[in-house]
Design a protein. Structure first.
Length: 385
């Protein structure tokens, strides 16, 4: 898709229109079904996500449900479901994944009406299959799952659940817990970002275009996303209805080691860099997260000296945003508010973005400079810049 003469927002709209102009979307996706992280201690990780992020107990599988290989805790908040999985066997594939990557995203599950068709359509277009369509049954019905590979060790799981009425899926039972902190207002996954090796951005954007029928909404080059020392390039891919958005990042040449290179070094290869989750009240959400101990990237106070001139009138109190470190950007459709956590584990890998869209469809290009300078300050503290 030719995009270089268009603005970011025009690119976004053009990409959506191009998809909807198609006679038939060969891979219709209803949304993100769940995200599964392989972690060293699922019980403790679940406690963290409940306490710090306001998730609620949903489902569990493990020794008590007859699973002798691993345990999984499922936590939920509105439309977001996170599965936290820990192996019992030290020689399993899950254990190998944790040894190489630390805690990280293994499965990005996509909710589809027909998992068999999704698997057939993607594999015949070149996807490498991981799991052929398989039916899982219990007294509540059946779920059909199938999986393909994407960047690094990450996979996409197609999940068909139209004939299932249970709490999550077969093999899981309702997780009864007396400890369920209140929600902090997270609604759904807005986008998920993948970091890939130098020279692989086009390979993986082509994969999403040719294998999964996605379109390129926006392309950012090293002039858009750079500082004095580091740079990266990114392409944002989306599916036909716009519910799934996957930016793909690769490092660009710079004087020092970029955040993408740091991630690749510590993660041990390509993987999911961050999960962006949406809220309708970012001031409330971030206020709660800060009370619960979540750490965020520091935004220099000077950022707010000019942000009002750049974005114009907004409904929120700018002084309150400054006190919380929330950034603002505007496009032709409105504005957005966003903030980024520090890595949620000791390896500087996975982090979260909290975003509130007030009409804006873009990704905060006006904040890139301040964001990257903040990330570089963190890298300098870690000695990895």
């Amino acid at each position: 898709m030719e995009t270089k003469n268009l603005t970011d927002v025009q690119n976004f709209n053009y990409g959506i229109e191009k998809i909807f102009d198609k006679a038939q979307d060969f891979l219709p996706i209803n949304g993100t079904d769940y995200v599964e992280l392989y972690v060293g201690n699922a019980k403790q990780a679940a406690h963290f996500y409940k306490t710090a992020f306001g998730f609620q107990s949903l489902a569990y599988c493990g020794l008590e449900t007859g699973n002798r290989e691993f345990c999984s805790y499922v936590v939920a908040q509105d439309k977001i479901r996170i599965v936290l999985t820990t192996p019992f066997n030290p020689n399993s594939e899950i254990s190998d994944h944790i040894r190489r990557h630390g805690d990280g995203v293994k499965v990005i599950a996509l909710w589809v009406d027909d998992a068999r068709s999704a698997y057939s359509e993607t594999t015949k277009r070149g996807a490498e299959g991981v799991m052929e369509p398989t039916v899982f049954k219990d007294n509540n019905g059946e779920v059909v799952k199938a999986a393909i590979k994407t960047y690094g060790d990450t996979i996409h799981m197609f999940v068909e659940r139209k004939n299932y009425k249970g709490i999550f899926m077969p093999g899981f039972e309702k997780w009864e817990s007396e400890y369920n902190p209140t929600s902090i207002g997270l609604k759904y996954i807005d986008h998920m970002v993948g970091n890939v090796n130098l020279g692989e951005m086009n390979k993986w954007s082509d994969f999403y275009a040719n294998v999964m029928g996605f379109a390129n909404l926006v392309t950012f080059d090293d002039k858009d996303i750079s500082t004095q020392y580091t740079a990266l390039m990114s392409k944002v891919m989306t599916n036909g209805n716009g519910r799934i958005k996957f930016p793909i990042n690769e490092p660009a040449a710079g004087l020092k080691k970029s955040q993408i290179e740091e991630y690749l070094d510590f993660y041990g290869g390509p993987g999911c860099q961050h999960i962006a989750v949406a809220t309708d009240d970012i001031v409330f959400t971030i206020s709660e997260m800060r009370k619960r101990g979540v750490e965020f990237l520091y935004v220099p106070g000077t950022y707010y000296d000019t942000v009002g001139n750049r974005v114009g009138e907004i409904a929120e109190d700018l002084e309150k945003l400054k006190s919380l470190g929330i950034m603002v950007d505007r496009d032709e459709d409105g504005y957005l508010l966003q903030i980024f956590t520090r890595p949620v584990e000791d390896r500087p890998t996975l982090f979260f973005e909290i975003i509130q869209r007030k009409g804006a469809k873009s990704f905060g290009k006006g904040n890139f400079q301040a964001l990257f300078e903040s990330i570089e300050a963190e890298q300098a503290r870690r000695g990895t810049l």
